[in-house]
Design a protein around this ligand. Structure first.
Ligand code: FMN
Length: 205
């Protein structure tokens, strides 16, 4: 809290009163269920302890066997890891830098996508996320070979603005934009989308 925050909040009494009436949120699926986790402080220690630095590609194969269902690996950013994902038996991979929150300076997903599609696109489904804010972004990812596209912040912005209805609204907006952009590109079937809708020289190759 800074003086600027406090002054800013004082100019928004309706919002402030509304916030006073909201429930306190916590991680109720973990706190009180996992032994020894009673509050947010012990939760962050427990979260840190969940990261296993010895995890390797053999563990991915092991998980795939034990799980028995479809396995999607998220966070692939280069061709070498994409090939390893295929060898480990993954059914799909998500080209992702986790929304740019892990490593400053990591390349964008849209730049990482084309070489990965070229290398393994025939062996495994390639999806992507990161920076998708509009239906046009979905279409660009699709044009560069992504068979699936995910969103993170876009629906969270909707949630913050209008709650559950905002999540629905954000999906509707993206859907509508995708539809309109396809029409303006002269396409009616998402399966016909490829690089030919992009301006030559203006997209990552
Ligand atoms: C607040 C926040 C928390 C996230 N936590 C995780 C996480 O625990 N594990 C993970 O794989 N990705 C996490 N992500 C990344 C998202 O799964 C997703 O890859 C990313 O948000 C996509 O980029 P976008 O937000 O630009 O759409 C998080 C993203 C945000 C914004």
């Amino acid at each position: 809290m800074t003086l600027a925050n406090i002054l800013n909040m004082m100019t928004k009494p309706r919002w402030g009163l509304g916030m006073l009436g909201t429930k306190r949120r916590g991680f109720r699926n973990i706190i009180g269920h996992v032994k020894g986790i009673e509050d947010m402080g012990s939760l962050s220690q427990w979260t840190a302890s969940q990261f296993d630095p010895t995890l390797d590609w053999n563990d991915v194969e092991w998980i795939k066997k034990r799980w028995g269902g479809k396995l999607i690996l998220k966070g692939i950013q280069d061709v070498e890891d994409a090939r390893l994902a295929v060898s480990a038996g993954a059914d799909a991979l998500i080209v992702s830098n986790h929304g740019g929150r892990q490593l400053d300076g990591a390349q964008s997903s849209i730049c990482a996508l084309p070489p990965i599609v070229d290398a393994v696109g025939k062996q495994i489904e390639v999806h992507m996320d990161g920076g998708v804010r509009s239906g046009q972004d979905v279409l660009k990812a699709r044009a560069l070979g992504a068979q699936g596209v995910y969103i993170g912040r876009s629906y969270i912005y909707g949630l913050g603005a209008m709650g559950q209805a905002g999540v629905t609204k954000s999906l509707q907006i993206i859907h509508k934009e995708l539809d309109t952009t396809m029409a303006l590109c002269g396409r009616t079937d998402i399966n016909t989308i490829d690089k030919s809708i992009l301006l030559p020289g203006h997209y990552p190759a």
